[in-house]
Design a protein around this ligand. Structure first.
Ligand SMILES: Cc1cc2nc3c(=O)[nH]c(=O)nc-3n(C[C@H](O)[C@H](O)[C@H](O)COP(=O)(O)OP(=O)(O)OC[C@H]3O[C@@H](n4cnc5c(N)ncnc54)[C@H](O)[C@@H]3O)c2cc1C
Length: 431
Protein backbone atom coordinates (compact mmCIF):
# COMPACT_ATOMS: atom_id res chain seq x y z
CA UNK A 1 0.00 0.00 0.00
CA UNK A 2 1.21 3.50 -0.82
CA UNK A 3 1.91 5.83 2.09
CA UNK A 4 2.59 9.56 2.44
CA UNK A 5 3.00 12.21 5.09
CA UNK A 6 -0.20 14.13 4.32
CA UNK A 7 -3.32 13.28 2.34
CA UNK A 8 -5.60 16.13 1.32
CA UNK A 9 -9.09 15.25 0.07
CA UNK A 10 -10.59 17.84 -2.29
CA UNK A 11 -9.24 20.26 -4.90
CA UNK A 12 -11.47 23.20 -3.98
CA UNK A 13 -10.51 26.38 -2.14
CA UNK A 14 -9.62 24.63 1.12
CA UNK A 15 -7.66 21.76 -0.41
CA UNK A 16 -5.68 24.00 -2.74
CA UNK A 17 -4.75 26.47 0.00
CA UNK A 18 -3.60 23.64 2.28
CA UNK A 19 -1.54 22.06 -0.51
CA UNK A 20 0.23 25.32 -1.36
CA UNK A 21 1.04 25.95 2.29
CA UNK A 22 2.43 22.44 2.84
CA UNK A 23 4.55 22.84 -0.30
CA UNK A 24 6.35 25.74 1.38
CA UNK A 25 7.98 23.17 3.70
CA UNK A 26 8.14 20.50 0.99
CA UNK A 27 5.90 18.19 3.03
CA UNK A 28 5.24 15.02 1.03
CA UNK A 29 1.55 15.30 0.15
CA UNK A 30 -1.00 13.45 -1.97
CA UNK A 31 -4.06 15.47 -2.98
CA UNK A 32 -6.98 13.24 -3.96
CA UNK A 33 -9.97 14.77 -5.65
CA UNK A 34 -13.12 13.48 -7.27
CA UNK A 35 -12.87 16.24 -9.88
CA UNK A 36 -9.77 16.97 -12.00
CA UNK A 37 -10.23 20.74 -11.77
CA UNK A 38 -9.93 23.48 -9.20
CA UNK A 39 -13.34 25.05 -9.53
CA UNK A 40 -13.90 28.75 -8.84
CA UNK A 41 -17.52 28.31 -7.70
CA UNK A 42 -18.31 32.02 -7.20
CA UNK A 43 -18.28 32.47 -10.99
CA UNK A 44 -20.39 29.42 -11.89
CA UNK A 45 -23.36 31.67 -12.57
CA UNK A 46 -21.32 33.43 -15.25
CA UNK A 47 -20.61 30.12 -16.98
CA UNK A 48 -24.31 29.22 -16.79
CA UNK A 49 -25.26 32.49 -18.48
CA UNK A 50 -22.52 32.48 -21.12
CA UNK A 51 -20.45 35.35 -19.70
CA UNK A 52 -17.38 33.15 -19.20
CA UNK A 53 -16.31 29.98 -20.98
CA UNK A 54 -16.14 27.10 -18.47
CA UNK A 55 -12.39 26.55 -18.70
CA UNK A 56 -11.67 30.03 -17.37
CA UNK A 57 -12.96 29.10 -13.93
CA UNK A 58 -11.87 25.47 -13.85
CA UNK A 59 -8.14 24.96 -14.46
CA UNK A 60 -6.74 21.48 -13.95
CA UNK A 61 -5.60 21.08 -10.32
CA UNK A 62 -2.59 19.06 -11.53
CA UNK A 63 -1.53 22.03 -13.69
CA UNK A 64 -2.11 24.52 -10.88
CA UNK A 65 0.18 22.51 -8.58
CA UNK A 66 2.63 21.38 -11.28
CA UNK A 67 5.53 23.41 -9.87
CA UNK A 68 5.04 22.03 -6.33
CA UNK A 69 7.22 18.95 -6.54
CA UNK A 70 6.26 17.66 -3.08
CA UNK A 71 2.58 17.42 -4.09
CA UNK A 72 1.15 14.54 -6.08
CA UNK A 73 -2.36 14.96 -7.50
CA UNK A 74 -4.55 11.88 -7.83
CA UNK A 75 -8.06 11.74 -9.29
CA UNK A 76 -10.23 9.52 -7.12
CA UNK A 77 -13.41 9.42 -5.08
CA UNK A 78 -12.78 8.74 -1.40
CA UNK A 79 -15.21 6.19 -0.01
CA UNK A 80 -13.83 5.07 3.36
CA UNK A 81 -11.63 6.17 6.25
CA UNK A 82 -10.02 3.89 8.82
CA UNK A 83 -8.90 6.46 11.38
CA UNK A 84 -7.22 3.85 13.63
CA UNK A 85 -5.07 2.40 10.84
CA UNK A 86 -4.71 5.87 9.24
CA UNK A 87 -5.76 4.56 5.85
CA UNK A 88 -8.20 5.92 3.32
CA UNK A 89 -9.83 4.06 0.44
CA UNK A 90 -10.69 5.70 -2.84
CA UNK A 91 -11.99 4.53 -6.19
CA UNK A 92 -10.41 5.37 -9.52
CA UNK A 93 -11.05 4.29 -13.09
CA UNK A 94 -8.72 1.37 -12.38
CA UNK A 95 -10.57 0.19 -9.28
CA UNK A 96 -10.24 0.65 -5.54
CA UNK A 97 -6.97 1.94 -4.02
CA UNK A 98 -5.73 2.59 -0.50
CA UNK A 99 -3.23 5.03 0.90
CA UNK A 100 -1.78 5.42 4.41
CA UNK A 101 -1.13 8.88 5.90
CA UNK A 102 0.43 10.57 8.91
CA UNK A 103 -2.00 13.50 8.70
CA UNK A 104 -5.27 13.88 6.84
CA UNK A 105 -6.96 17.12 5.74
CA UNK A 106 -10.52 16.62 4.50
CA UNK A 107 -11.91 19.46 2.34
CA UNK A 108 -14.76 17.83 0.44
CA UNK A 109 -17.15 20.79 0.35
CA UNK A 110 -20.93 20.84 0.28
CA UNK A 111 -23.75 19.93 -2.04
CA UNK A 112 -27.26 21.31 -2.50
CA UNK A 113 -29.82 20.87 0.27
CA UNK A 114 -33.57 20.77 -0.42
CA UNK A 115 -35.08 21.15 3.08
CA UNK A 116 -36.23 17.53 3.16
CA UNK A 117 -37.51 17.50 -0.44
CA UNK A 118 -34.66 15.69 -2.16
CA UNK A 119 -37.05 14.82 -4.99
CA UNK A 120 -36.93 18.49 -6.06
CA UNK A 121 -33.36 17.90 -7.21
CA UNK A 122 -34.83 16.09 -10.22
CA UNK A 123 -36.84 19.04 -11.46
CA UNK A 124 -34.55 21.93 -10.55
CA UNK A 125 -31.11 23.14 -11.60
CA UNK A 126 -28.39 23.67 -9.04
CA UNK A 127 -25.08 25.47 -9.34
CA UNK A 128 -22.42 23.55 -7.48
CA UNK A 129 -20.28 21.91 -10.13
CA UNK A 130 -18.86 22.76 -13.53
CA UNK A 131 -21.30 20.30 -15.11
CA UNK A 132 -24.22 21.97 -13.32
CA UNK A 133 -23.31 25.28 -14.95
CA UNK A 134 -22.81 23.70 -18.37
CA UNK A 135 -26.19 21.93 -18.17
CA UNK A 136 -27.97 25.10 -17.12
CA UNK A 137 -26.27 27.08 -19.89
CA UNK A 138 -27.55 24.70 -22.60
CA UNK A 139 -31.01 24.70 -21.03
CA UNK A 140 -31.17 28.51 -20.86
CA UNK A 141 -30.27 28.73 -24.53
CA UNK A 142 -33.06 26.30 -25.39
CA UNK A 143 -35.55 28.28 -23.32
CA UNK A 144 -34.66 31.68 -24.75
CA UNK A 145 -34.80 30.25 -28.26
CA UNK A 146 -38.18 28.60 -27.77
CA UNK A 147 -41.18 30.19 -29.51
CA UNK A 148 -42.37 33.25 -27.64
CA UNK A 149 -45.82 31.72 -27.30
CA UNK A 150 -44.25 29.08 -25.05
CA UNK A 151 -44.52 31.19 -21.92
CA UNK A 152 -43.19 28.59 -19.49
CA UNK A 153 -39.95 28.46 -21.50
CA UNK A 154 -39.53 32.20 -21.03
CA UNK A 155 -40.33 32.15 -17.32
CA UNK A 156 -37.58 31.48 -14.79
CA UNK A 157 -37.88 30.85 -11.07
CA UNK A 158 -34.84 31.27 -8.85
CA UNK A 159 -35.26 29.92 -5.31
CA UNK A 160 -33.08 31.57 -2.68
CA UNK A 161 -31.96 35.20 -2.76
CA UNK A 162 -28.50 34.74 -1.27
CA UNK A 163 -25.53 35.81 -3.39
CA UNK A 164 -25.89 32.94 -5.89
CA UNK A 165 -29.65 33.42 -6.32
CA UNK A 166 -29.31 37.18 -6.81
CA UNK A 167 -26.44 36.77 -9.24
CA UNK A 168 -28.11 34.14 -11.42
CA UNK A 169 -31.48 35.93 -11.40
CA UNK A 170 -29.76 39.19 -12.37
CA UNK A 171 -27.89 37.54 -15.23
CA UNK A 172 -30.93 35.65 -16.59
CA UNK A 173 -32.80 38.94 -16.66
CA UNK A 174 -29.86 40.56 -18.48
CA UNK A 175 -29.93 37.77 -21.07
CA UNK A 176 -33.45 38.86 -21.93
CA UNK A 177 -32.65 42.57 -21.83
CA UNK A 178 -29.28 42.67 -23.58
CA UNK A 179 -28.67 39.43 -25.49
CA UNK A 180 -31.92 37.78 -26.56
CA UNK A 181 -33.45 41.18 -27.06
CA UNK A 182 -36.46 39.75 -28.90
CA UNK A 183 -37.25 37.36 -26.05
CA UNK A 184 -37.59 39.12 -22.70
CA UNK A 185 -37.55 36.87 -19.67
CA UNK A 186 -39.95 36.80 -16.76
CA UNK A 187 -37.82 36.15 -13.69
CA UNK A 188 -39.24 35.40 -10.23
CA UNK A 189 -36.85 35.43 -7.27
CA UNK A 190 -38.28 33.61 -4.25
CA UNK A 191 -36.80 34.09 -0.77
CA UNK A 192 -38.04 32.82 2.59
CA UNK A 193 -36.42 35.63 4.62
CA UNK A 194 -37.64 39.22 4.68
CA UNK A 195 -34.75 40.60 2.59
CA UNK A 196 -32.77 39.66 -0.46
CA UNK A 197 -29.13 39.00 0.45
CA UNK A 198 -30.35 38.48 4.04
CA UNK A 199 -26.86 38.15 5.54
CA UNK A 200 -26.07 41.71 4.44
CA UNK A 201 -29.25 43.39 5.63
CA UNK A 202 -30.00 47.13 5.85
CA UNK A 203 -28.83 49.47 3.11
CA UNK A 204 -27.12 46.76 1.02
CA UNK A 205 -30.15 44.46 0.94
CA UNK A 206 -32.42 47.42 0.14
CA UNK A 207 -30.16 48.49 -2.71
CA UNK A 208 -30.06 44.93 -4.08
CA UNK A 209 -33.84 44.60 -3.96
CA UNK A 210 -34.48 47.96 -5.63
CA UNK A 211 -31.92 47.25 -8.36
CA UNK A 212 -33.40 43.82 -9.10
CA UNK A 213 -36.94 45.19 -9.18
CA UNK A 214 -35.90 48.11 -11.36
CA UNK A 215 -34.50 45.64 -13.89
CA UNK A 216 -37.90 43.93 -13.99
CA UNK A 217 -37.38 40.95 -11.68
CA UNK A 218 -40.35 39.92 -9.54
CA UNK A 219 -38.84 39.73 -6.03
CA UNK A 220 -40.89 37.71 -3.53
CA UNK A 221 -39.55 37.78 0.02
CA UNK A 222 -41.09 36.02 3.05
CA UNK A 223 -42.20 33.43 0.52
CA UNK A 224 -41.38 29.72 0.47
CA UNK A 225 -41.71 27.00 -2.13
CA UNK A 226 -44.20 24.36 -1.01
CA UNK A 227 -44.37 22.17 -4.09
CA UNK A 228 -42.68 21.60 -7.43
CA UNK A 229 -44.59 19.48 -9.92
CA UNK A 230 -43.42 19.58 -13.52
CA UNK A 231 -43.63 23.18 -14.71
CA UNK A 232 -45.70 24.25 -11.68
CA UNK A 233 -43.93 25.81 -8.70
CA UNK A 234 -46.23 26.53 -5.77
CA UNK A 235 -45.11 29.29 -3.43
CA UNK A 236 -46.68 30.48 -0.19
CA UNK A 237 -46.31 34.00 1.22
CA UNK A 238 -46.12 34.78 4.94
CA UNK A 239 -49.83 35.71 4.98
CA UNK A 240 -50.68 32.21 3.68
CA UNK A 241 -51.49 33.28 0.12
CA UNK A 242 -50.51 30.63 -2.41
CA UNK A 243 -49.45 31.28 -5.98
CA UNK A 244 -48.50 28.87 -8.76
CA UNK A 245 -45.66 29.97 -11.04
CA UNK A 246 -45.34 28.11 -14.33
CA UNK A 247 -41.72 27.89 -15.41
CA UNK A 248 -39.55 25.43 -17.31
CA UNK A 249 -36.52 26.58 -15.37
CA UNK A 250 -36.22 26.46 -11.60
CA UNK A 251 -32.77 27.26 -10.23
CA UNK A 252 -32.40 26.03 -6.66
CA UNK A 253 -29.94 28.02 -4.57
CA UNK A 254 -31.66 27.85 -1.21
CA UNK A 255 -29.81 25.37 0.97
CA UNK A 256 -26.62 23.41 1.49
CA UNK A 257 -25.73 20.08 2.97
CA UNK A 258 -22.34 18.48 3.47
CA UNK A 259 -21.05 16.02 0.89
CA UNK A 260 -21.48 12.32 1.76
CA UNK A 261 -17.86 12.07 2.88
CA UNK A 262 -18.72 14.12 5.98
CA UNK A 263 -20.77 11.19 7.31
CA UNK A 264 -17.93 8.77 6.57
CA UNK A 265 -15.50 10.98 8.51
CA UNK A 266 -18.01 11.48 11.35
CA UNK A 267 -18.46 7.74 11.82
CA UNK A 268 -14.74 7.03 11.62
CA UNK A 269 -13.74 9.69 14.15
CA UNK A 270 -16.76 9.94 16.45
CA UNK A 271 -17.39 13.53 15.39
CA UNK A 272 -20.87 15.06 15.74
CA UNK A 273 -22.64 16.64 12.77
CA UNK A 274 -25.20 19.43 12.51
CA UNK A 275 -28.60 19.26 10.77
CA UNK A 276 -26.98 19.90 7.39
CA UNK A 277 -24.59 16.98 7.99
CA UNK A 278 -21.60 19.27 8.51
CA UNK A 279 -18.85 18.15 10.85
CA UNK A 280 -18.83 20.00 14.18
CA UNK A 281 -15.06 20.33 14.24
CA UNK A 282 -12.86 21.32 17.17
CA UNK A 283 -11.55 24.91 17.44
CA UNK A 284 -8.15 23.80 16.09
CA UNK A 285 -9.93 22.21 13.06
CA UNK A 286 -9.28 18.64 14.21
CA UNK A 287 -12.14 16.16 14.05
CA UNK A 288 -13.61 14.21 16.96
CA UNK A 289 -10.89 12.80 19.20
CA UNK A 290 -8.26 12.66 16.45
CA UNK A 291 -5.30 15.02 16.48
CA UNK A 292 -4.17 13.74 13.07
CA UNK A 293 -7.40 14.38 11.12
CA UNK A 294 -8.44 17.90 10.12
CA UNK A 295 -11.61 18.95 8.32
CA UNK A 296 -12.06 22.37 6.76
CA UNK A 297 -14.34 24.50 4.61
CA UNK A 298 -17.94 23.98 3.59
CA UNK A 299 -18.25 20.46 5.02
CA UNK A 300 -17.65 21.78 8.54
CA UNK A 301 -19.32 24.02 11.07
CA UNK A 302 -17.32 26.15 13.52
CA UNK A 303 -18.22 29.40 15.28
CA UNK A 304 -21.08 29.98 12.80
CA UNK A 305 -18.56 30.95 10.13
CA UNK A 306 -20.11 31.40 6.67
CA UNK A 307 -19.68 28.81 3.92
CA UNK A 308 -17.38 31.04 1.92
CA UNK A 309 -14.10 30.57 0.12
CA UNK A 310 -11.96 32.77 2.44
CA UNK A 311 -12.99 30.61 5.40
CA UNK A 312 -11.97 27.43 3.55
CA UNK A 313 -8.67 28.96 2.40
CA UNK A 314 -7.69 30.34 5.80
CA UNK A 315 -8.61 27.04 7.46
CA UNK A 316 -6.55 25.14 4.87
CA UNK A 317 -3.52 27.28 5.65
CA UNK A 318 -4.04 26.95 9.41
CA UNK A 319 -4.24 23.14 9.29
CA UNK A 320 -1.18 23.01 7.02
CA UNK A 321 0.78 25.35 9.29
CA UNK A 322 0.14 23.10 12.30
CA UNK A 323 1.24 20.04 10.33
CA UNK A 324 4.43 21.65 9.03
CA UNK A 325 5.27 23.01 12.47
CA UNK A 326 4.85 26.69 11.66
CA UNK A 327 2.00 26.99 14.17
CA UNK A 328 1.76 25.15 17.49
CA UNK A 329 -0.55 22.10 17.32
CA UNK A 330 -3.88 22.68 18.99
CA UNK A 331 -3.93 26.41 18.17
CA UNK A 332 -7.44 27.72 17.81
CA UNK A 333 -8.44 28.85 14.29
CA UNK A 334 -9.29 32.54 14.06
CA UNK A 335 -11.00 33.85 10.97
CA UNK A 336 -9.90 37.16 9.51
CA UNK A 337 -13.04 38.57 7.89
CA UNK A 338 -12.09 40.71 4.90
CA UNK A 339 -15.72 41.33 3.94
CA UNK A 340 -18.05 39.92 1.33
CA UNK A 341 -19.69 41.03 -1.89
CA UNK A 342 -22.37 40.08 -4.38
CA UNK A 343 -23.08 41.17 -7.92
CA UNK A 344 -26.63 42.18 -8.77
CA UNK A 345 -26.26 42.79 -12.48
CA UNK A 346 -23.94 44.54 -14.91
CA UNK A 347 -22.25 47.48 -13.18
CA UNK A 348 -24.09 46.91 -9.89
CA UNK A 349 -22.76 45.10 -6.84
CA UNK A 350 -22.84 45.42 -3.06
CA UNK A 351 -19.72 45.20 -0.91
CA UNK A 352 -19.66 44.80 2.86
CA UNK A 353 -16.06 45.57 3.79
CA UNK A 354 -14.33 45.80 7.19
CA UNK A 355 -14.52 49.03 9.26
CA UNK A 356 -18.17 49.48 8.31
CA UNK A 357 -17.37 50.32 4.67
CA UNK A 358 -20.37 49.58 2.49
CA UNK A 359 -20.25 50.09 -1.26
CA UNK A 360 -23.09 49.84 -3.75
CA UNK A 361 -23.58 50.31 -7.49
CA UNK A 362 -20.70 50.90 -9.92
CA UNK A 363 -18.05 51.39 -7.22
CA UNK A 364 -19.11 48.09 -5.67
CA UNK A 365 -18.98 46.44 -9.06
CA UNK A 366 -15.44 47.71 -9.76
CA UNK A 367 -14.35 46.39 -6.37
CA UNK A 368 -15.94 43.04 -7.15
CA UNK A 369 -14.16 42.94 -10.52
CA UNK A 370 -10.74 43.64 -8.99
CA UNK A 371 -11.12 41.13 -6.16
CA UNK A 372 -12.31 38.31 -8.41
CA UNK A 373 -9.53 38.94 -10.87
CA UNK A 374 -7.02 38.78 -8.04
CA UNK A 375 -8.35 35.47 -6.73
CA UNK A 376 -8.91 33.74 -10.09
CA UNK A 377 -6.32 30.99 -10.36
CA UNK A 378 -3.82 31.17 -13.23
CA UNK A 379 -2.52 34.01 -15.40
CA UNK A 380 -4.15 32.67 -18.57
CA UNK A 381 -7.52 32.42 -16.86
CA UNK A 382 -7.22 36.00 -15.66
CA UNK A 383 -6.45 37.30 -19.12
CA UNK A 384 -9.25 35.17 -20.59
CA UNK A 385 -11.71 36.39 -17.97
CA UNK A 386 -10.83 40.05 -18.57
CA UNK A 387 -11.42 39.65 -22.30
CA UNK A 388 -14.70 37.81 -21.73
CA UNK A 389 -15.88 40.37 -19.17
CA UNK A 390 -15.01 43.20 -21.51
CA UNK A 391 -17.02 41.61 -24.31
CA UNK A 392 -19.95 40.77 -22.03
CA UNK A 393 -20.15 43.91 -19.92
CA UNK A 394 -18.82 46.65 -22.20
CA UNK A 395 -20.44 44.98 -25.21
CA UNK A 396 -23.28 42.50 -25.15
CA UNK A 397 -21.55 39.26 -26.25
CA UNK A 398 -21.77 35.98 -24.32
CA UNK A 399 -18.52 34.19 -25.20
CA UNK A 400 -19.52 31.06 -23.26
CA UNK A 401 -22.43 30.29 -25.57
CA UNK A 402 -19.99 29.48 -28.37
CA UNK A 403 -19.08 26.34 -26.41
CA UNK A 404 -22.56 24.87 -26.35
CA UNK A 405 -22.96 21.73 -28.41
CA UNK A 406 -25.60 22.75 -30.90
CA UNK A 407 -26.05 19.27 -32.36
CA UNK A 408 -28.78 16.83 -31.35
CA UNK A 409 -31.54 18.70 -33.08
CA UNK A 410 -30.91 22.08 -31.52
CA UNK A 411 -31.00 25.27 -33.58
CA UNK A 412 -27.85 26.38 -35.39
CA UNK A 413 -24.74 27.69 -33.67
CA UNK A 414 -25.43 30.54 -31.26
CA UNK A 415 -21.91 31.73 -31.87
CA UNK A 416 -22.66 32.93 -35.36
CA UNK A 417 -20.36 32.38 -38.31
CA UNK A 418 -17.24 33.34 -36.41
CA UNK A 419 -18.16 31.26 -33.38
CA UNK A 420 -17.77 34.24 -31.09
CA UNK A 421 -20.96 33.75 -29.16
CA UNK A 422 -22.27 37.17 -30.16
CA UNK A 423 -26.00 37.81 -30.41
CA UNK A 424 -27.81 35.72 -33.00
CA UNK A 425 -31.26 36.60 -34.31
CA UNK A 426 -34.09 34.71 -32.66
CA UNK A 427 -36.36 34.72 -35.67
CA UNK A 428 -35.69 31.27 -37.09
CA UNK A 429 -35.96 29.51 -33.74
CA UNK A 430 -39.18 31.25 -32.85
CA UNK A 431 -40.73 30.29 -36.15
C1 LIG B 1 -22.62 29.04 -6.94
C2 LIG B 1 -21.73 29.39 -5.78
C3 LIG B 1 -21.34 30.71 -5.59
C4 LIG B 1 -20.50 31.05 -4.55
N1 LIG B 1 -20.12 32.35 -4.40
C5 LIG B 1 -19.23 32.67 -3.43
C6 LIG B 1 -18.73 34.01 -3.31
O1 LIG B 1 -19.15 34.90 -4.05
N2 LIG B 1 -17.83 34.26 -2.34
C7 LIG B 1 -17.36 33.29 -1.51
O2 LIG B 1 -16.51 33.56 -0.67
N3 LIG B 1 -17.81 32.04 -1.58
C8 LIG B 1 -18.73 31.69 -2.52
N4 LIG B 1 -19.19 30.41 -2.63
C9 LIG B 1 -18.77 29.43 -1.62
C10 LIG B 1 -17.37 28.88 -1.91
O3 LIG B 1 -17.29 28.44 -3.25
C11 LIG B 1 -17.13 27.73 -0.94
O4 LIG B 1 -17.19 28.25 0.36
C12 LIG B 1 -15.80 27.06 -1.17
O5 LIG B 1 -15.76 26.47 -2.45
C13 LIG B 1 -15.56 25.98 -0.11
O6 LIG B 1 -14.34 25.38 -0.35
P1 LIG B 1 -14.11 23.86 0.07
O7 LIG B 1 -12.67 23.58 -0.19
O8 LIG B 1 -14.65 23.62 1.41
O9 LIG B 1 -15.03 23.01 -0.92
P2 LIG B 1 -15.12 22.99 -2.50
O10 LIG B 1 -14.47 24.17 -3.09
O11 LIG B 1 -16.54 22.72 -2.81
O12 LIG B 1 -14.25 21.72 -2.91
C14 LIG B 1 -14.64 20.41 -2.57
C15 LIG B 1 -13.73 19.44 -3.27
O13 LIG B 1 -13.90 18.14 -2.71
C16 LIG B 1 -13.98 17.19 -3.74
N5 LIG B 1 -14.71 16.04 -3.20
C17 LIG B 1 -15.95 15.99 -2.69
N6 LIG B 1 -16.23 14.74 -2.25
C18 LIG B 1 -15.13 14.00 -2.49
C19 LIG B 1 -14.80 12.63 -2.27
N7 LIG B 1 -15.64 11.77 -1.66
N8 LIG B 1 -13.58 12.20 -2.67
C20 LIG B 1 -12.70 13.04 -3.25
N9 LIG B 1 -12.96 14.34 -3.48
C21 LIG B 1 -14.16 14.81 -3.09
C22 LIG B 1 -14.68 17.92 -4.88
O14 LIG B 1 -14.44 17.29 -6.10
C23 LIG B 1 -14.00 19.28 -4.76
O15 LIG B 1 -12.77 19.27 -5.44
C24 LIG B 1 -20.04 30.05 -3.66
C25 LIG B 1 -20.43 28.72 -3.85
C26 LIG B 1 -21.28 28.39 -4.90
C27 LIG B 1 -21.70 26.96 -5.10
Amino acid sequence: MRSTEVVIIGSGFGGLAAAKQLAKSKVETVLISATPEHLFQPLLYQVATGVLPAQEIAPSIADVLADKKSIDVVEGYVTALDAERKVITYSTDDGSEQIAYEFLIVAAGASQGYFGHDEWAESTFSLKTRDDAIDLRAHLLDCFEAPLADETAHTFVVVGAGATGVEIAGQIQELGLRYFTDAPATVHLVEGAGDVLPVYGGKLSDFARKTLEKSGIDVMTETVVTDIDGDAVTVRAADGTERVLRARTVVWSAGVKATPLAQVVAEATGCETDRAGRLLINPDLTVGGRADVFAIGDMTSLDRLPGQSPVAMQQGRHAADMIRGDTVRGTRFRYLDKGSMAVINRHNAVVDAPFGIKLTGFLGWLTWLGVHLFYLVGFRNRVGAVLSWFRSFAGSARPGFAQVDRSAGRVADAGGADGTGDRRPLAESAA
